[in-house]
Design a protein around this ligand. Structure first.
Ligand code: PAF
Length: 291
């Protein structure tokens, strides 16, 4: 999939029509088009997606849109960090060709009455504690796919359920888009990079890496005959003991279907969501296959 490196000046576009016109020549030339969807507040985790897209593709589009429909009531839509100029400079430094930064009306024009829902895989984990969240994600991602028409789209594995939901969406709608998941980027102490880490006070920041540490310890405790429910309860309690205020879930699931595991098996993933004050952190980790 590697194409010769060619660099174009970065351009910021606000409408699907402008984006379509601006990218047409590259499509006609047969360039592979990569899309990195983001809500901005960029960190190294996002930039790892961009770097991979720039390596794989002849043209990279990054989208910048804080999507209101994936935030529930009382969530942090208004407070979500926004700094478009900084984000654009980072995209530029990492080889993005076009930034697609639409207004809400471009994505959700008056009268739009279509919501995209993927059922099943969206119902547990984050879907259980954030009702409507994945409908917001799959609807905006469908709009971005329609507007950007990528060949490849890049998603961070930090939001593992989101990545799997988007894969399911693409498979079931028969879209000709390859969905690539990129390994989570972590701080030195194991904390997964997230735009929401900026909300943590110093005490919460010290407690936060316990999520990674607990999942890592639990991965080493899984063996044949292990009581999965007891291990998950142990993991949730370990987070509370480390200073988390509440745990939304601590689960071990099949890594593709996200159905909770009933025993040790190949292809498992540990997934957790817990709160430090008002900040909700999520993380996940693959479990090595049993010997
Ligand atoms: O992961 C995110 O930043 C968002 O959920 C996404 C995929 C850009 C959709 O708004």
């Amino acid at each position: 999939m590697t194409e010769p490196e060619v660099s174009y000046p970065l351009t910021v576009l606000r409408t699907a029509a402008e984006l379509r016109a601006a990218t047409q020549t590259y499509r006609d030339e047969g360039k592979l088009i990569g899309l990195v969807p983001t809500m901005g507040a960029l960190h190294q985790g996002h930039l790892a997606l961009v770097d991979r897209a720039a390596r794989d593709c002849g043209l990279v589009i990054a989208s910048l849109f804080v999507n209101p429909t994936q935030f529930g009531e009382g969530e942090d839509f208004d407070a979500y960090p926004r700094n478009e100029a900084d984000d654009i400079a980072k995209f530029d430094a990492h080889g993005v060709d076009f930034v697609y930064a639409p207004d809400a009306a471009e994505i959700y024009p008056a009268g739009l009455a279509t919501t995209v829902t993927v059922s099943g895989i969206t119902e547990g984990l984050c879907g259980a504690t954030r009702p409507g969240h994945f409908d917001g994600v799959t609807t905006v991602v469908s709009r971005l796919f329609e507007h950007c028409a990528p060949d490849v789209a890049y998603f961070g594995e930090k939001d593992y359920q989101q990545y799997k939901v988007v894969q399911r969406l693409v498979e079931q709608l028969g879209l000709d888009i390859r969905v690539v998941g990129i390994t989570t980027v972590r701080e030195r102490d194991g904390l997964a990079l997230s735009s929401r880490n900026a909300y943590l006070n110093p005490g919460q920041r010290r407690a936060a890496p316990a999520m990674y540490g607990t999942m890592f310890a639990l991965a080493g405790r899984l063996h044949d005959g292990v009581d999965i429910a007891a291990q998950c309860a142990w993991g949730a309690q370990a987070l509370l003991d480390a200073g988390f205020d509440s745990v939304d879930y601590f689960e071990i699931c099949d890594a593709d279907t996200l159905i909770p595991a009933t025993g040790n098996a190949p292809n498992l993933r540990i997934l957790a969501a817990a709160r430090l004050g008002k900040t909700r952190l999520i993380d996940n980790m693959p479990v090595d296959p049993p010997d």
